[in-house]
Design a protein around this ligand. Structure first.
Ligand SMILES: Nc1ncnc2c1ncn2[C@@H]1O[C@H](COP(=O)(O)OP(=O)(O)OP(=O)(O)O)[C@@H](O)[C@H]1O
Ligand SMILES: [Mg+2]
Length: 327
């Protein structure tokens, strides 16, 4: 649905060329919710502006549903909804008037406008605010209004540039469920953020961009697998063991430690600061099964009270991928 091929864009700043996009290749299938992650200045907004036809690339191609941004701008605008990082200010308009205005701008027949505006108000949970002035809305409501606006012409593809920026935790959750809902409706969505955990929950795929280069694109599972394969992150399991009922019994902790360290799949064992008495078991780089740890303890006659594999966090994966650990 979205295809970028060798996409380049530079800006002439301070006497030299700044490569905002340095040859991006990317393919996003229909119905995907694609999370676009990268630090400030990485090129996320530039990519979205090119896709929406606001900017022209220097070279390479960008297509949406097979339509080229350079030649089919009008057709693309009918099938995409682009929510920029900054919403324009519209004084003296109510929420309803604001959406009616955009419905008119999208040439939606007058007889359909009422119904469509009601639908998007409902979907974005703004029905109760329809008579409120736009500039009186909270930041979270304004962001939702931004989404309502891009839904008016029922686009297939949504480009949402940091829809959750500046929102409080509750509003972020609401934004996330709204985007998840739009994904369920079958829309192809590109959503940018610097907050990884946020994207992890709602995205089906992920792209990581830094200084105009795409470092990774694929599913969340692929991102984790790549980090694991490179041995960049070692997996850890926190195990709490039962203290022996009989004080004469051998120290279960040393027993467990010895049995585990005898296995080459276990790298080291540390104390776990948050759970005194628990073992923090680090696996050898590349290992990521958990079952064998349980078996070793069982065979050694150690009773396990709790067993908590520390799953690789999206943040960790991202850091490893972007600090050149995989190059
Ligand atoms: N109109 C412009 N003129 C000059 N430089 C620009 C322009 N637009 C973007 N840039 C530069 O291009 C690079 C990429 O910017 P872009 O806005 O795409 O980053 P971003 O990933 O969206 O960052 P952020 O997370 O801060 O929104 C930055 O170095 C930026 O300064
Ligand atoms: Mg941006």
């Amino acid at each position: 649905m979205i295809e970028l091929k060798k996409l380049r864009k530079s800006f002439f700043v301070g006497g030299k060329n700044l490569h905002a996009l340095d040859g991006i290749d990317l393919s996003i299938g229909p119905g995907e919710v694609f999370g676009f992650i990268g630090p400030n200045g990485a090129g996320k907004s530039t990519t979205m502006r090119i896709l929406s036809g606001l900017l022209r690339q220097n070279s390479g191609t960008a297509t949406v549903n097979g339509l080229d941004t350079l030649t089919d701008g009008d057709a693309i605008r009918r099938i995409i909804g682009y929510m920029p990082d900054f919403l324009g200010v519209y004084d003296d308009l109510t929420v309803d008037e604001y959406l009616q205005f955009f419905a008119a701008a999208f040439k939606i027949p007058r007889s359909d406008r009422r119904r469509i505006v009601d639908q998007v108000l409902e979907l974005t949970d703004l029905t109760s605010k329809r008579a409120a002035m736009v500039d009186s809305l909270s930041r979270g409501m304004q962001q939702r209004l931004g989404i309502a606006r891009v839904l008016i012409h029922d686009p297939k593809v949504l480009l949402l540039d940091e829809p959750a920026s500046g929102l409080d935790p509750r509003a972020r959750i609401e934004m996330r469920s709204l985007i998840t809902e739009l994904g369920r409706m079958g829309k192809t969505i590109m959503v940018s953020s610097h907050i990884l955990t946020e994207l992890g929950e709602m995205c089906t795929s992920l792209g990581m961009i830094e200084r105009g280069k795409l470092l990774f694109a694929g599913s969340l599972q692929d991102a984790f697998a790549r980090v694991r394969a490179a041995g960049a992150v070692r997996e850890r399991i926190i195990v709490e063991i039962e203290a022996p009922a009989n004080l004469e019994a051998p120290d279960t902790r040393s027993l467990a430690t010895a049995a585990l360290l005898a296995d080459s799949r276990v790298q080291s064992i540390d104390k776990e600061p948050q759970h005194p008495g628990a073992l923090s078991i680090e696996l050898t780089p590349g290992e990521h099964g958990h079952h064998f740890v349980f078996q070793i303890l069982d065979r050694a006659g150690v009773q396990v009270r709790s067993f908590t594999p520390q799953t690789l966090k999206l943040e960790d994966a991202f850091l490893k991928l972007t600090t050149g650990a995989l190059q």
